[in-house]
Design a binder for this molecule. Sequence first.
Ligand SMILES: [Mg+2]
Length: 275
Amino acid sequence: MLEIISPATSAAKARVVIFDFDGTLSLIRSGWMDVMVPMCIQQLSGLGTGESEETLKSVVEDFVWRLTGKETIYQMMALADAVARRGGKPLTPAEYKKMYLDRLWTRIESRIVSLRTGSASPETYLVPGSRKLLEHLNERGLTLYLASGTDDANVREEAALLDVAKYFRGRVYGALDDLTSFSKAILVRKLLAEAGHRGDELLVFGDGYVEIEEVKKVGGTAVGVASAEPECRVTDEWKRKRLIGAGADVIVPNFEDLGGLDAALFTGAGVSALS
Ligand SMILES: [Mg+2]
């Protein structure tokens, strides 16, 4: 169910919409956190600190969440720091990232292959209602950007496999090795400084802390996608709490209530413009 967190929510002035990819539109990498969190706990346990599994879990969940939406390497830097702080000798963040991506691959390979071969339809791995929402925002004349912390080549391939790349007309950005060349923060800064947008002309859809915070910082509007994956029928309470903490104005479990969402964002809460 759609939930309006800030009563004064309005994206009536929006010109630009930034979409996060994984967990917001794409479910190809669904379950990534269940790969990353146990891997990090495994690296931290056995360092002889006497911390319980439960304590380590909350330490790991805390930094993984805080950096969700940022390039994956930042979470791996935090892991290396956490190992070093406990007196361990960490691998490099790049080595941890490779370990993580290798483990994630075993979980997602069949999904990607099924999309490549056409045995699965793109809708199987899209958050419900994504395509109608993207079409609707395009029809409204908004300019759409896709920005992800997943490696650039993967985002481009996966957006194409899900047949959503076309809605962004080339404005698809993922993580690059040079961390100074792209980030969601840099994109927001460029939209303001170079494209000349005001903060209230930005609207973001995301399931991570980073994209919500960056857009809220400059006065934009944020929709938090708190989906209980992979079905995405109901709101996930863990994500919901954290997205509200990050500043989300609206929380949705998916995009099936397009009329309600359109009303909440563009015509004032409670009045459906589409129905
Ligand atoms: Mg995400």
